[in-house]
Design a binder for this molecule. Structure first.
Ligand code: THU
Length: 159
C-alpha cells in the first residue's frame, strides 16, 4: 500500500502570519470586490507576490454562458505570465466573499486551478505558497500548491 501525506497549517487569524503574508491576504480580501460574479454572487480574489516584489491581482470573471467564466486563480496566473513573463510566483493569497451567505471559511482552488497552479510550479521550478482564507476566520497555509494535486498529469506523461 502506498500513502500520500498532505500537510498544511491552520491558523486562527492573521496574527501569526509574516507582515508580507498578512498584507497579501488583506489585498486578496479587498480584491474580492473587483470580481465579476453576478451569477454565483461568490466573489473570489487572488493576489500573487512575485520574486521581484511585485504584487498582481486576479478575480473571478463570470459569463451569462456559465462555462465561459474563469476562476480568480487562473485569471491571476494568466496575468502574471503575460505581464511578468519569466518571473516566479512566491506566494498566492486567495479569499472569497459569498454575497449570499457566510465568508468565514477558507476557499480552496478548484480542480482546474490546481492543474494550472501545478503547471506554473513546474515551469518556474519553485514551489508556490498558498494562503487560503475567507473574509475573516481560519487561514490555511500550504507550502506547495502542487501538493493539492497528487498523482497529477504533467508534460512528463507525454514523453
Ligand atoms: N471560483 C474561483 O474563482 N476560485 C475558486 O477557488 C473557487 C471558485 C469562482 C468560480 C465561479 O465564478 C464562482 O467562484 C462560483 O463557483
Amino acid at each position: 500500500m502506498k500513502e500520500i501525506v498532505f500537510q498544511y497549517q491552520m491558523l486562527e487569524n492573521a496574527s501569526s502570519l509574516s507582515t508580507e503574508d498578512a498584507h497579501l491576504l488583506l489585498m486578496a480580501r479587498e480584491a474580492t470586490s473587483k470580481a465579476y460574479a453576478p451569477y454565483s454572487q461568490f466573489q473570489v480574489g487572488a493576489v500573487a507576490m512575485l520574486n521581484n516584489g511585485e504584487t498582481i491581482e486576479g478575480t473571478n470573471q463570470e459569463n451569462a454562458s456559465y462555462p465561459v467564466g474563469i476562476c480568480a486563480e487562473r485569471v491571476l496566473l494568466s496575468a502574471v505570465s503575460s505581464l511578468y513573463s519569466g518571473v516566479a510566483i512566491k506566494t498566492i493569497a486567495i479569499s472569497c466573499h459569498n454575497l449570499k451567505g457566510e465568508s468565514k471559511n477558507p476557499v480552496s482552488p478548484c480542480g482546474l486551478c490546481r492543474q494550472s497552479l501545478l503547471e506554473q510550479t513546474l515551469r518556474q521550478a519553485q514551489p508556490i505558497k498558498l494562503i487560503l482564507s475567507g473574509m475573516e476566520g481560519a487561514i490555511y497555509v500550504l507550502e506547495d500548491a502542487a501538493s493539492l494535486l497528487p498523482l497529477s498529469f504533467t508534460a512528463n506523461d507525454m514523453k
